[in-house]
Design a protein around this ligand. Structure first.
Ligand code: ZN
Length: 656
C-alpha cells in the first residue's frame, strides 16, 4: 500500500481542521482500508470559547459522513474532558453513552459523534486514525493471529483482544493501553476488528497507518497468502428469470420488496463452489462493522426458506440470553453465494445492495487470505448476535420512519429521454424506486446519472434491443415491478382521404406492436413482482375523442388501449394491474416547439396561453401532471383498480 500524501494537495486544505480533512480523505480513497463508512478519524484541538476560556475539543468523524468526501463540518466537536471522564465510569449502557456524547458536542447542528468516540478520546495523541484494514483482518482472523501480529509489529502496536465496540471496548482499552504502551508505540490493533494509528501531526498518523498495514500485506505475500488463485469455475448461463425468482423469494422472506445486485465474475462463482465454502462462509463476516449489512453469514445456494429457518434458530439460541428483549429482524439473507449467479447482494435500495456487494467482495479476499495462512477463524456466533441485535441498532430500527412508497421496487419507463417519460423517471425516483429508462434518443443516458437509474439507448421497435435492455435491467436490479408504456410517435396530420400506408404502418409498429412486444417480454417478470406487477399505458385523449387529421394516430392509440384492456382481463389472475391514462394538450414534451405552438394557437385565433388552457377547467396540463398520476396509479391508492382509463386533460366537453 502506497502513501498518497502530496504536499501541494495538502497545502490546499487550510484552517485548523485542514490537515485532518485531507488525510481522512486519503484514507477514504483506499477501499481496502475503509469501505462505506468503515473507519473514523479525529483531532484534538484547544479552542477559546466566547468567554475567552480555553477548552480542549475532540473533533471526531460524525455519523453519516464518508471519509472519502468529508468536510470540516463532518467532524463533531466533543468536549474532550467530558469524553475521557465517561470512559472512566465503571458502567454505562451504549444508549446512555450515545446520549452523553450528543450532549457533549459544542456546536448545534453538528452530526452525531461516532460510536467509537471514546476510543479516540482516551488515546493521548493529537491525531488518531482508525480503519478496518483488510490485511489486518486476514492476519488477526487466522490461527494464532495474535501471535503473528505481536511478532510482526513488536512494540509498535498495542494489541487488544476482541471486545464489542461501544463503551465496553473503550473502557477496556483505557485500562489496557497504558499497560502496553512504550516509547515505540505507533498504533493499536483490535483483534477481529481493525487498527488505530496516532501521531502528533495528521501526516504522521496517516503514514503510520500506511506503514503498518503495508507490513501486514507484505507478511501475507511472504506467506503465499496475498493473491489467492481459485480454479476456473464451469461456465454458467443465468436465465434472467432465475434472478427474478431469487428476488421474489428473498422479498417474500423479508416481508418487503428487495433489489438484487449481481457479481457473477468467475472468482465469485468459484468461491461459491469452494470445497470448504460452508465452513468459510457460515462463520460470519471479517469485521463486526459488516454484520449489519451482510447479516451474520451469507446464504450458500438459493434456498431462501432453508436460510430463514437457520436464521430463526440462531435468533432462538441467543435472544433469550440477551439483557433486554430483542425484536427479530427479517430472516432473509443479504448475500447469496451461488455457483451460477456468483455473489448476489440484496438491499432495500440500489445503493444498499451495491454497498453490501462491495463489502462481501472484500470479505471473500480477507477470508481466502486467512485460510491460506492456515485456516479462517471467524468471530464466535454469540459476538455476531450481540452486534446484529445491539441496543443501538435496535433503537435505529424503532426510529426508522416509513420507507418510501416504492422502496425495493423497479419501474421501467420507455420514451424516457423527454416529456412525460422523463417526468415519469423523476416521479418514480422520488417515490424510492429504481428506474430503467429506455429511449431511442441517446441523451437518455445522461439525463439521470445515479445508482438508482439504468439508462439505455434502445429503439422499442427492435425486439433484440428490447430483450437486451430487459436482461441488463434484471442483472442490475433483480426484477421489474412496474412498467410505463410511454414511447410513441405522433405522425403528421393527414386527412383520411390522403392518409399514407407508410404512416399507418409506422404508427402501428411503434404505438401498438412495440408495446405489445414489451408487454409479452415483461409478463413473466411482472408475475414475479413481490407486490404484484403494475402497468401504466400512456394512451391519448384521441382514443375517446379523436381529432381531425389524426386517424392514424387515434387508431394506433386505440389499438394500444384495447391491448391494455385485454391485458387487464387476462393478467388479473397473475396479480398484475393494467391501467390507461389519456393525456391531452401536454405541450412541454419533445414534440412541441415554441414555433409550432404559436402556429397552432394562431390557427385557433388564440394566444399561446389561452390555447394551452383550452379545457373545461381552464388549466395547463404538464408532463409532470401525467407522470405523477402514472406513479400514483402504481401505488396503494389504486391497489384495487385495473382496466381503468383516466383522462388527464383538464376536462374535455367531448369526453365527459
Ligand atoms: Zn471500528
Amino acid at each position: 500500500m502506497k502513501s498518497l500524501w502530496d504536499d501541494a494537495e495538502a497545502a490546499r486544505f487550510g484552517g485548523p481542521l485542514g490537515p485532518r480533512v485531507y488525510t481522512s480523505r486519503l484514507l477514504g480513497r483506499e477501499p481496502s482500508l475503509v469501505l462505506h463508512g468503515g473507519g473514523n478519524t479525529s483531532v484534538k484541538l484547544a479552542e477559546r470559547d466566547l468567554f475567552g476560556e480555553e477548552e480542549k475539543l475532540l473533533y471526531v468523524k460524525g455519523s453519516g459522513w464518508d471519509l472519502a468526501t468529508i468536510e470540516p463540518e463532518g467532524f463533531a466537536p466533543v468536549v474532550l474532558e467530558r469524553a475521557r471522564r465517561l470512559a472512566s465510569l465503571p458502567a454505562l449502557s451504549d444508549a446512555q453513552m450515545v446520549s452523553e456524547l450528543a450532549a457533549a458536542v459544542r456546536r448545534s447542528g453538528a452530526p452525531a459523534p461516532s460510536v467509537e468516540t471514546l476510543l479516540h478520546a482516551i488515546l493521548p495523541y493529537a491525531y488518531v486514525d482508525h480503519t478496518h484494514a483488510d490485511a489486518i483482518l486476514s492476519l488477526s482472523n487466522s490461527p494464532e493471529g495474535e501471535r503473528r501480529i505481536r511478532e510482526l509489529y513488536g512494540e509498535r502496536v498495542v494489541v487488544v483482544p476482541y471486545v464489542m465496540a461501544g463503551f465496553d471496548l473503550a473502557t477496556y482499552c483505557a485500562r489496557e493501553f497504558p499497560r502496553q504502551v512504550t516509547a515505540h508505540t505507533e498504533g493499536m490493533v483490535l483483534l477481529s476488528h481493525g487498527i488505530f494509528t496516532f501521531g502528533a501531526t495528521a501526516r504522521e498518523s496517516y503514514e503510520r497507518m500506511i506503514a503498518l498495514v503495508s507490513l501486514a500485506e507484505e507478511y501475507l505475500a511472504a506467506h503465499r497468502a496475498w493473491q489467492i488463485a481459485l480454479p476456473e469455475p464451469p461456465p454458467a448461463t443465468v436465465a434472467p428469470l432465475d434472478i427474478a425468482d431469487l428476488r421474489k423469494s428473498i422479498s417474500d422472506c423479508a416481508g418487503a420488496p428487495m433489489l438484487l445486485c449481481l457479481n457473477d465474475a468467475p472468482r465469485y462463482r468459484a468461491f461459491a463452489t469452494h470445497p470448504e465454502a460452508a465452513r468459510l462462509t457460515l462463520g460470519g463476516p471479517a469485521t463486526p462493522d459488516h454484520v449489519i449489512r451482510t447479516k451474520p453469514w451469507p446464504a450458500l445456494g438459493r434456498d431462501v426458506v432453508a436460510y430463514a429457518e437457520r436464521y430463526r434458530a440462531y435468533y432462538a439460541r441467543h435472544a433469550p440470553h440477551a439483557r433486554e428483549p430483542k425484536t427479530m429482524l427479517d430472516p432473509a439473507p443479504r448475500v447469496v453465494l451461488d455457483p451460477a449467479l456468483g455473489l448476489v447482494a440484496a438491499g432495500r435500495s440500489a445503493r444498499e445492495a451495491i454497498i453490501t456487494r462491495e463489502l462481501y467482495e472484500h470479505t471473500v479476499e480477507v477470508v481466502l487470505r486467512a485460510e491460506a495462512l492456515g485456516g479462517w477463524r471467524p468471530l464466535a456466533e454469540q459476538h455476531l448476535f450481540d452486534i446484529e441485535y445491539w441496543e443501538l441498532e435496535q433503537a435505529k430500527l424503532r426510529k426508522a420512519g416509513t420507507p418510501p412508497m416504492f422502496a425495493g421496487e423497479v419501474a421501467l419507463v420507455t420514451g424516457a429521454a423527454s416529456g412525460i417519460g422523463r417526468a415519469c423517471v423523476e416521479a418514480f425516483l422520488r417515490r424510492g424506486a429504481a428506474v430503467v429508462a429506455l429511449d431511442r434518443d441517446p441523451t437518455v443516458e445522461t439525463c439521470a446519472q445515479r445508482t438508482e437509474v439504468l439508462a439505455r439507448t434502445c429503439d422499442v421497435t427492435e425486439r433484440a434491443a428490447l430483450e437486451a435492455g430487459v436482461t441488463e435491467a434484471i442483472r442490475a436490479f433483480g426484477g421489474i415491478d412496474m412498467l410505463v408504456l410511454n414511447a410513441g410517435i405522433f405522425p403528421a396530420s393527414e386527412e383520411l382521404a390522403h392518409a399514407s400506408d407508410a404512416a399507418w404502418e409506422q404508427a402501428f409498429r411503434v404505438n401498438a406492436q412495440a408495446n405489445l412486444a414489451l408487454l409479452r417480454i415483461l409478463h413473466p417478470f411482472l408475475c414475479r413482482a413481490p407486490r404484484g406487477g403494475r402497468v401504466v399505458v400512456i394512451g391519448s385523449r384521441n382514443v375517446p375523442a379523436p381529432g381531425f387529421g389524426a386517424a392514424v394516430y387515434s387508431a394506433s392509440k386505440a389499438a394500444l388501449t384495447q391491448i391494455a384492456r385485454v391485458a387487464a382481463l387476462e393478467w388479473a389472475k397473475d396479480g398484475i394491474r393494467v391501467n390507461v391514462l389519456h393525456p391531452d394538450a401536454v405541450y412541454d414534451t419533445g414534440l412541441w416547439t415554441p414555433q409550432l405552438l404559436e402556429a397552432r394557437a394562431r390557427a385557433y385565433g388564440l394566444s399561446v396561453e389561452a390555447y394551452k388552457r383550452r379545457n373545461l377547467l381552464g388549466v395547463e396540463v404538464c408532463a409532470r401532471d401525467v407522470a405523477e398520476l402514472a406513479a400514483e396509479l402504481c401505488g396503494p391508492l389504486f391497489a384495487k383498480t385495473t382496466g381503468a382509463q383516466i383522462p388527464v386533460d383538464g376536462g374535455s366537453d367531448r369526453v365527459v
